[in-house]
Design a protein around this ligand. Structure first.
Ligand code: SAH
Ligand code: SF4
Ligand code: F3S
Length: 472
């Protein structure tokens, strides 16, 4: 789940605790106000936009300040223990608001709601609503029930729900990039992972509704879409009469053809499922970015087997080679877990040597965090001491810093197409945007150039995570 903003230290989720608000809603005073804060992966952020859409149908407006809100929703993540801890700490902060305003409704959404279910209401007394990722259509009932003085829970998972017909309210969007959910759930059973339990079975969204959403984004001036799924390569959809079948390569192509001026990105790819057909599709369409997030988790085949990733080190290397062969100019990023159950020093070295081979442009790196109820928690011993996990993680981070740097240096002296996103964070004399490989590029403002424009930038320098250049 990429976010190049976050650099090479252990972190949990791509973005954390960001409040979502619609600019034009700020001054509406006579409606009930919703404050929604999201944690975890991009899918959770995309879900919050579905939730906001459902709530706005009910007459709510959004606010960026929880102290003004009538309803506070916190869309949660369970992926690692500290992700859950962060949510609990945040709930403590909300409790003061509840004391001031007793009819304030507090709802917990997303993966932690699904994992803990009604137990949440016992553990956190201030919470009124617990709603899992497949139950957001029920929010009007749940709110109604709380208005009547009850607590409300719906954590039913679904085999069909894709929210295909609900137009997300683009809350955090800059008006240029948007996320589009193409599937939900996950049918892989990576032994360390809580997602299959919190998000349920995998299901793919109707491609026609995806193309329609991208077409509307294009008509509204958007220039970049990121297709989201836990394992996009296993996207598959068959029409009811069986006459139409679409796999991920087919979907990518349909989306790319909506408008050649719209960039297409996607996340996350799974090494066992990414096909040459997908790679050829990326190579064929200029507007599909040459950037693949391909989580490896470990460079050792025994550990990969214990993780139930269903590929080996050799298989992963074969996929890297296929990427390099079919799309010679393609950045690859990854996710790595250090100190998984029974990992030895030699096996850790295998991860480091695979990193040397791959030269990832970017990596999300974590120490293993045992999650209750997962196959690893049931069958394996979390026996690598914390300090060893931490030391291995530091070695992984140091290695990644070298290869991130090397990958950026490769780009010096080249002219790259950049989609302008806005002013740079540090100075309004500079603009910023991403190149095809998802690296952030900073360059001086040129009159007439505005967010949403494509510009050619000559890359002249780099820092550890950013390219610096000028428009040519
Ligand atoms: N669907 C994606 C990943 C989703 S979770 C995939 O299959 O790659 C994002 C990342 O969190 C994972 O790739 C993994 O590196 C990390 N992760 C998941 N469970 C974890 C756990 N129990 N401890 C530490 N890291 C974990
Ligand atoms: Fe978790 Fe594996 Fe599914 Fe990714 S593919 S969400 S790591 S079970
Ligand atoms: Fe977290 Fe759930 Fe996403 S556990 S990473 S929010 S699918």
């Amino acid at each position: 789940m990429f976010n190049p903003e976050i650099t090479l230290k252990e972190h949990d989720e791509a973005r954390q605790g960001e409040a979502l608000v619609l600019e034009n809603d700020k001054n509406v005073s006579n409606s009930r106000k919703l404050y929604i804060e999201s944690y975890g992966c991009q899918m959770n952020f995309a879900d919050s936009e579905i939730v906001a859409s459902i709530m706005m149908e009910m007459g709510f407006t959004t606010t960026g300040h929880y102290k003004e809100a009538d309803v506070i929703f916190i869309n949660t993540c369970s992926i690692r223990e500290n992700a859950e801890q962060r949510v609990r700490n945040r709930l403590k902060e909300f409790s003061a608001a509840k004391t001031r305003k007793p009819d304030l409704i507090i709802g917990v959404l997303g993966c932690m709601a699904e994992r803990l279910k009604a137990k949440f209401l016992e553990e956190e007394k201030l919470v009124d609503i617990v709603v899992g990722p497949d139950a957001y259509r029920d929010l009007p009932n749940l709110i109604g029930s709380v208005d009547d003085g009850n607590k409300a829970v719906n954590v039913l998972l679904s085999r069909e729900e894709t929210y295909a017909d609900i137009s997300p309210v683009r809350l955090t969007s800059n008006g240029i990039s948007a996320f589009v959910s193409i599937m939900r759930g996950c049918d892989n059973m990576c032994s360390f992972c809580v997602v299959p339990f919190t998000r349920g079975r995998e299901r793919s969204r109707d491609p026609h509704s995806i193309v329609k959403e991208v077409t509307e984004l294009s008509e509204n001036g958007y220039k970049e879409v990121t297709l989201l799924g836990q394992n996009v390569d296993s996207y598959k959809w068959t029409s009811e009469d069986g006459s139409e079948f679409v796999n991920f390569a087919g979907l990518l192509e349909r989306v790319a053809l909506v408008n050649p001026d719209i960039r297409v990105r996607f996340s996350t790819s799974h090494p066992k499922d990414i096909t040459d057909e997908v790679l050829y599709t990326i190579a064929k369409h200029e507007n599909i970015c040459n950037y693949i997030h391909l989580p490896v988790q470990s460079g050792n085949s025994r550990i990969l087997e214990l993780m139930n990733r269903t590929y080996t080190r050799e298989w992963y290397i074969d996929r890297l080679d296929a990427i390099r062969r079919i799309i010679p100019d393609c950045a690859v990023s990854t996710d790595i877990i250090s100190g998984f159950c029974t990992e030895t020093e030699e096996e850790h070295q295998d991860t480091l040597s695979l990193m040397d081979y791959a030269s990832f442009s970017y990596a999300y790196m974590f120490t293993y965090s045992e999650r209750p109820g997962t196959p690893a928690a049931k069958k394996l011993k979390d026996d690598v001491p914390d300090e060893v996990k931490g030391r291995r993680l530091n070695e992984i981070i140091a290695k990644q810093q070298q290869s991130s740097r090397a990958e950026l240096e490769q780009q010096l002296g080249k002219v790259q197409k950049v989609l302008v996103e806005g002013f740079s964070k540090k100075s309004d004399k500079d603009l910023c945007g991403r190149n095809d490989y998802n690296a952030m590029v900073i360059f001086p403002v040129v009159e007439g150039i505005k967010p949403g424009d494509y510009v050619n930038v000559l890359v002249e320098r780099c820092t550890s995570a950013t390219l610096i250049g000028r428009i040519v």
